[in-house]
Ligand binder design. Structure first.
Ligand SMILES: O=C(CO)[C@@H](O)[C@H](O)[C@H](O)[C@H](O)COP(=O)(O)O
Length: 238
């Protein structure tokens, strides 16, 4: 168990067994899902899945994303999702697929006390626009896709640092590091003072490697190669 992390580690996925395992690890204090993760997990009923999750996870925050693309439909879905439980955050992408801003919608929802997780944020301009409409008395999450930013060859650290300063302007706004690529990102997020990082179960498991002796890890890596080469049984000298 990793004790010295101050960043909150959320579990990112839509497989209830994995979510519960992550919960039992004692590391995870929240959950996020998205349409792609629900598709991957083979979810067949949105509300059925959400209710199953919320029956098990009653206190930690759980983010469920809207599926609609038209803003008025998004609003209807958001208001429905928000009624599911107190610990629900409604995930709203910062734009729809046509590039129409959801900021006015986020303004309306948060004015009504609906907790939102604004997702798919990649730029400081987007962070500024959304934080401007968040409310001091309504908890909210601002999800910046640090990993996808890094995929483009851009260092996400300065962006996350600036995003954090902007989020601090609203009392209950938390910055979330989304799409991490490796366990090291958890320590980077921690170092910056980012509030939350959401990780797949695979990454969360790798936290157990913290402070592992590298010489020992090297040996175990070679032992893994040996196990696999033995099972393949090739004769290179034939
Ligand atoms: O809820 C969130 C962010 O709030 C997450 O589910 C977020 O959508 C995911 O971390 C990202 O979509 C994962 O991105 P990637 O690793 O597939 O590039």
């Amino acid at each position: 168990m990793v004790k010295e992390l101050t960043v909150k580690v959320f579990s990112d996925g839509a497989n209830l067994d994995n979510m519960l395992n992550d919960l039992n690890s004692g590391i995870v204090t929240g959950f996020t899902t998205n349409p792609s993760l629900m598709k991957k997990a083979g979810i067949t009923s949105y509300i059925g899945f959400a209710k199953e999750v919320l029956k098990e996870i009653k206190t930690y925050p759980v983010s469920f994303e809207v599926f609609a693309d038209e803003i008025d439909q998004m609003e209807k879905e958001a208001r429905r999702i928000a009624t599911l439980a107190e610990n629900v955050y409604v995930k709203i992408p910062i734009t729809n697929s046509k590039g129409e801003s959801t900021v006015p919608l986020i303004n309306r929802l948060t004015a009504d006390g609906i907790k939102v997780n604004v997702t798919a944020i990649f730029t400081i301009k987007q962070v500024e626009e959304v934080v401007a409409v968040l409310k001091n008395n309504t908890p909210s999450i601002v999800s910046v896709f640090a990993g996808r930013i890094a995929d483009t060859g851009v260092d996400p650290m300065p962006i996350m640092k600036e995003a954090l300063e902007i989020c601090r302007k609203k009392e209950l706004a938390e910055l979330l590091w989304a799409s991490p690529r490796e366990t090291f990102n958890i320590y980077q997020a921690n170092e910056l003072g980012v509030d939350i990082i959401t990780c797949t179960s695979d990454l969360i498991k790798k936290l157990s490697l913290k402070d592992k002796d590298l010489t020992q890890y090297s040996l175990e890596t070679v032992q893994m190669f040996l196990r696999d080469s033995t099972s393949l049984g090739f004769n290179i000298l034939e």
